[in-house]
Design a protein around this ligand. Structure first.
Ligand code: J2J
Length: 539
């Protein structure tokens, strides 16, 4: 498989380059620059280690040289599945210093997803931590390697039969490859699909534009201390402005192994954290816990909340409870990111999801026929711009569904725009469930359920939840055999998928309601069941 591509039509390439949006920088230059000018400045702290910019760049270079010593070449892919530890950055920048493309996988993913990413990306290697949150990733690596015996496995920590990061870095061949800023730098995971995750090829220059502008909008500086509380492989803590924005500004990143107050609050106090990005359920938990915490949170200036709809009632509580400025962030790994600005009036910060990063972001809000709706009305958001992809790493049929013929990405989100130009997200037009920021691809879960011998049919729909916004419910028609909800949930888990995909509830029915359009449209069926369940379980 050749190197994944991402292409904008020529006239857009000139437009974005001439406007100065796209530069000649590559992503690892972010740390390279500070490693030159301020090598001793702290770049990252995790539970056990602190790395300066100089140390991080040095280890990344050694990692790059180690990859080359294993026969990897520029353009190869490596699936990275690392939790929030300093080695995440060593591996990520290390890959990029060898012009090898990381494929970002979440720590929650299991063999189904990892096998899928290895297959779809044509990866040559897989990098993991020995364990995290009670799970041994070497066991997972054995399963993956049973299918792909040629796959090289690198382990941060005790490698057992695999290659440790230490050994890899020691095998440094002493040279690297500088990437072309126009080339794809990595593959990010899509949160927006109903089926299996699609891979998103992002280039150095398009991604860096969004990172630089995000850092400016969020007023990052050398005194920024960013807390990586969500898994940093996710696009939000990576780039909005996330750890990359912090490295761009020359600040420091503190990594938390979990976003819960008991882990995050002591770190905020220890490192005098100034900014952090979380999903709505975590923001709610923080706001509830902060008034009674013994920890000093006074350094925290900005709490960013994004990834899922943040109810205004909850949003209103954040600033008084935490003594911060709330910033709402509505973004997507495909590109477009919207922020409320730090100096927006309170109603904008509480009631809206902000406006785009760039004057070159083109937004259209359209009805079902693709026509623009009247100002203030709801419709699907389509977007095109200097950091929004034009294609997935996918077949043409998938891409022609996801993009219009003139290159707009169909977000699947139902939004409206206020008079001042801020977006409000109302929901989705697709069936994917947003479980507090974790996106559940319903089709994939339905397929796992239907693989059970006692299941005749299964439809997975969201049910309202006061904390997560939405949870998942599987509405199942049994065949002739008996099966319990617990057994079905266990079945899905044992198929080897991320635990956030396991249905929160299972309900048995004898038949599905008539949808009026016959049995053909599963999407219509999901809509009817969703409405029925929402009636039953009002939060
Ligand atoms: C409602 N829905 C939202 C919000 C994302 C920054 C922030 C988030 C993501 C992200 C990201 C929402 N209110 N504030 O990549 O850089 C839903 C939408 C969107 C989908 C994208 C970033 N913020 N969403 O969440 O690729 O449905 O990116 O299309 O994981 O999350 O999911 P994902």
């Amino acid at each position: 498989m050749t190197r994944p591509l991402q292409r904008w039509p020529d006239r857009f390439v000139s437009r974005y380059s001439d406007a100065g949006y796209w530069t000649d920088e590559t992503i690892p230059d972010l740390i390279g620059r500070w490693a030159q000018s301020a090598p001793d400045r702290v770049a990252v702290r995790d539970a056990s280690a602190t790395l300066s910019y100089g140390q991080l760049a040095e280890r990344a270079d050694a990692f790059a040289g180690g990859l080359l010593s294993r026969g990897l070449v520029a353009g190869d892919r490596v699936v990275l599945q690392l939790p929030n530890i300093a080695e995440f950055f060593v591996a990520m920048f290390g890959c990029m210093r060898a012009d090898v493309l990381p494929v970002f996988c979440l720590p929650a993913h299991r063999e189904q997803e990892v096998l899928d990413f290895v297959e779809a990306s044509g990866a040559r290697a897989y990098a993991i931590a020995e364990r995290h949150a009670g799970f041994d990733y070497r066991t997972l690596a054995r399963t993956v390697r049973a299918r792909y015996p040629e796959l090289d496995v690198f382990v941060a920590g005790d490698a057992e039969e695999f290659t440790s990061f230490t050994a890899l870095e020691a095998a440094d061949v002493g040279h690297r490859h500088r990437a072309n800023p126009a080339d794809v730098a990595f593959l990010q995971l899509s949160g927006g699909s109903t089926g299996r995750s699609k891979l998103i090829p992002r280039t150095h220059r398009d991604y860096l534009y969004s990172v630089r502008e995000s850092a400016r909008i969020c007023r990052l500086s050398e005194s920024t201390v960013y807390l990586g509380a969500l898994p940093v492989a996710h696009n939000f803590p990576m780039s909005s402005p996330g750890f990359l924005g912090t490295f761009y500004a020359g600040g420091a990143v503190t990594l938390a192994s979990a976003p819960s107050p008991d882990v995050a609050f002591p770190l905020i106090e220890r490192d005098r954290v100034t900014i952090c990005g979380v999903v709505p359920p975590i923001a709610i938990l923080w706001a509830r816990t902060a008034p009674d915490t013994p920890h000093d949170l006074s350094s925290l200036e900005v709490l960013q909340v994004g990834g899922a709809r943040f109810a205004p009632e909850a949003a209103r509580r954040v600033e008084p409870a935490l003594g911060v400025t709330l910033q709402q962030v509505y973004g997507m790994a495909e590109g477009l990111v919207n922020y409320t600005r730090l100096d927006d009036p309170e109603p904008v910060r509480v009631l809206t999801q902000g406006r785009p990063i760039s004057e070159a972001d083109e937004l259209r809000i359209v009805d079902l026929d693709g026509r623009e709706v009247a100002p203030g009305e709801r419709g699907q958001l389509l977007t095109r711009g200097p950091y929004t992809i034009r294609a997935y790493l996918a077949d043409e049929a998938t891409n022609s569904r996801a993009f219009t013929s003139d290159g707009f990405y169909r977000t699947g989100d139902l939004v409206s725009r206020t008079d001042e130009g801020n977006l409000v997200v109302h929901g989705r037009i697709t069936d994917a469930i947003n479980r507090g920021g974790e996106k559940v691809p319903v089709e994939e879960v339905e397929n796992h359920l239907m693989a059970h011998p006692a299941v005749h049919d299964a439809v997975v729909v969201p049910v309202p939840d006061p904390l997560l916004g939405e949870k998942s419910c599987a509405v199942v028609i049994r065949g002739s055999d008996e099966v319990t909800p617990l057994a079905l949930r266990r079945w899905v888990r044992e198929r080897g998928v991320a635990s956030f995909k396991v249905p929160d509830r299972v309900a048995f029915v004898d038949a599905y309601p008539e949808t009026g359009v016959g049995k053909v449209s599963r999407s219509e069926l999901r809509r009817v069941l969703r409405e029925q369940l929402a009636e039953e379980v009002r939060p």
